[in-house]
Write a protein that binds this ligand. Structure first.
Ligand code: FMN
Length: 327
């Protein structure tokens, strides 16, 4: 069901969440999502606790800045060291986080080789210590985002569920894929259902939600809420649309002009946040494809974007492509 989400004693009006996406989930993206959709909350991208604690604040704006015009923010931290995570937890609590999440799902080699991300799932003692370190250093709700063992391996998943619950996490986000699985492998709803049925704390289901039928499939697991990742990029109204369609209402999608202005606004705000026009345009090359989803000539648009280096030329490309060619 789409319904209010209660976490750590606070009630959010709905149970749809915009998830963490590295390279994307900074304040401009989250503000856009809030402006169109008002999700329960949006997540920051994964922030290394070392970066948070040791690099100058001026270089961290991308990770820590909260826009006054955005909704509740969940800060996602990455670490394998309880003392470091404890300090980082205090720090993001001071910065205005509403919720704190520990990344236990990242499949990237660089992160796993440091003993963080998804590698924590096979180290229950350390996982317990990390969650406890977070709980003891903030009054905010604390959560964990995991991947699953896959093939409905209840034994492994049961151990992770036990640790998360014993350590006192307020909720759990489950991305229904194993860390070795790529996006071509469908998300396992059975594994998510296992966590829902095993745990007393709210479980948020994540993976492959992009339309009403995929939303319903995830809600059928009995999860307390759902997290949207990739599908929220380039269509910041998606959560609003899903809520409306779930309630049987007709949702009118924004025009191509609104998509264009959202894209250009997103990149301009990023340039201000990063204080770096060129870097923001280079970042935009990576997410332009999401805004171009419904363009007839998206291949050409992305090819032009890949050569683009300034905001002026990005704006002019966007104005040429986003007119009436939306299908
Ligand atoms: C480009 C990209 C960056 C991501 N960055 C993060 C991240 O920083 N932290 C995290 O927990 N998950 C991250 N994820 C995983 C997503 O949050 C989500 O779990 C996954 O994409 C499945 O959801 P979806 O099918 O709705 O996209 C990332 C995924 C993508 C595609």
């Amino acid at each position: 069901m789409i319904r209010p989400l209660v976490i750590g004693g606070k009630t959010y009006p709905n149970n749809l969440i915009q998830g963490p996406l590295a390279g994307l989930s900074c304040a401009p993206f989250r503000r856009l999502t809030w402006q169109f959709s008002q999700p329960a909350f949006s997540c920051t991208e994964m922030i290394s606790c070392k970066t948070l604690l040791h690099s100058p604040l001026s270089l961290q704006q991308r990770f820590v800045k909260i826009d006054p015009q955005e909704g509740p923010v969940c800060f996602q931290l990455s670490s394998n060291n309880p003392a470091e995570l404890a300090e980082a937890t205090k720090r993001v609590t001071e910065y205005g986080a509403h919720i704190i999440n520990l990344n236990c799902g990242c499949p990237v080699k660089k992160i796993r080789s440091k003993g963080a991300g998804s590698s924590l799932l096979t180290n229950p003692t350390q996982l317990y210590q990390l969650i406890t370190a977070m709980k003891q250093n903030t009054h905010l709700p604390v959560s964990v985002k995991i991947r699953v063992e896959g093939n409905s391996s209840d034994k492994f998943n049961a151990e992770v569920a036990r640790v998360v619950s014993d350590a006192g996490a307020d909720f759990l986000v489950v991305h229904g894929r194993h860390w070795t699985e790529h996006y071509e492998t469908p998300c396992s709803h059975d594994d998510i259902r296992f966590f829902v049925e095993t745990l007393k704390i709210p479980v948020i289901g994540n993976g492959d939600i992009s339309c009403l039928s995929s939303l319903k499939m995830m809600l059928d697991t009995g999860c307390a809420g759902i997290m949207i990742g990739r599908a929220g990029v380039g269509q910041p109204w998606l959560i609003k649309q899903l809520i409306a369609e779930f309630q049987g209402e007709h949702f009118i999608k924004p025009s191509s002009y609104i998509i264009r202005d959202s894209f250009v606004g997103h990149v301009k705000d990023l340039a201000i946040l990063l204080n770096n026009e060129k870097f923001s345009v280079l970042q935009a090359r990576k997410f332009a494809k999401y805004y171009a989803r419904s363009l007839e000539n998206k291949v050409e648009f992305c090819a032009e974007m890949n050569l683009c280096e300034t905001l002026t030329s990005l704006e002019s490309i966007a104005f040429r492509y986003f007119h009436s060619s939306i299908t």
